[in-house]
Ligand binder design. Structure first.
Ligand SMILES: [Zn+2]
Length: 87
């Protein structure tokens, strides 16, 4: 039999871990949902389900709004409507 306290902490902790993993993949909501329902398997799925944009040169994943690839150094055009923050 599963301890109720253990079950409650699992229901709280599992989606949080999933969301943290999902955040690194630009997919926080999916990470939370998969973490809640599938646990460690959901964490693994969201790790593999990478929603970040890909570099056209090396096909490596790059951060949202990046203007330069962190893997090969290729520069990207700044998308229309995207403004660089001024200091
Ligand atoms: Zn690249």
């Amino acid at each position: 039999m599963v301890e109720p306290l253990l079950l409650i902490s699992w229901v709280v902790v599992s989606p949080i871990v999933g969301a943290i993993i999902g955040q690194t993949r630009n997919n926080r909501a999916l990470g939370a949902v998969l973490g809640l329902f599938l646990g460690p398997l959901g964490w693994l799925l969201v790790l593999l389900n990478d929603a970040r944009e890909k570099c056209p040169e090396c096909k490596g994943h790059v951060a949202d709004g990046a203007v330069r690839c962190q893997h090969c150094g290729a520069t990207f055009e700044i998308p229309a409507g995207y403004e660089l923050k001024k200091p």
